[in-house]
Design a protein. Structure first.
Length: 202
């Protein structure tokens, strides 16, 4: 039960961030725009959604890294006899590290989402920066490469016949971030939408 609540605590904000990036999220953003001025524009709404996605992607990656560290000390966190058992995957020292450098997947996820969050904040706070387009393309590249990592990790889950819910949540965050970065690139190509001003800025 606790595992489900923790996963929901990460997953629901990720889906909310994704929702903000969609046209359907405009009504929610408008209702919150009096408190959060950034939500008054399409660019602000998408970057705010992406900020939420990358922050909680970082958070669930940190949780994954913490779990693997605790398991290495002999503790059990989410062991189960069902298919949903992160202990069997995160506690496997052969499977829980990348095959090239031997770093924990949770640690790599933390660094990746931290970098994506930094990129998002730069775009959000300085949208006219000369490097914005490069940052957007970098975000697309990183999250695009992440798809291949996700496929590799899913193949391990299939092989072990176990599913790590925290890992899956991080995978979903990566896919949502990729979608949001594509939305940003499309917005950036439309100078009118990109330079749109909020009602309080007019």
């Amino acid at each position: 039960m606790l595992d489900n609540l923790l996963v929901a605590a990460y997953l629901l904000p990720v889906f909310f961030g994704l929702f903000l990036t969609l046209p359907q999220g405009k009504s929610v953003a408008d209702s919150l725009s009096s408190r959060f001025e950034v939500l008054q524009t399409t660019r602000g709404r998408v970057t705010a959604g992406l900020q939420i996605i990358t922050f909680f992607g970082f958070a669930v990656s940190a949780q994954t890294f913490w779990i693997s560290s605790k398991i290495s000390e002999g503790a059990a966190f989410c062991s189960a006899t069902t298919v949903f058992s992160c202990d069997d995957l995160l506690g496997n020292t052969d499977l829980n590290v990348d095959p090239l450098f031997g770093f924990s997947w949770g640690l790599l996820g933390m660094f990746t989402f931290a970098g994506l969050l930094f990129i998002t904040l730069v775009i959000k706070n300085d949208p006219q920066n000369q490097y914005v387009e490069r940052f957007i393309n970098l975000g697309i590249f990183v999250t695009g490469v992440g798809i291949f990592v996700i496929l590799y990790l899913i193949s391990i889950e299939i092989q072990e016949k176990k599913i790590c819910m925290y890992c899956t949540t991080a995978h979903i965050a990566n896919l949502c971030a990729l979608f949001a970065f594509f939305k940003l690139r499309k917005l950036h190509d439309d100078s009118k939408l990109w330079n749109e001003k909020g009602t309080n800025s007019r």
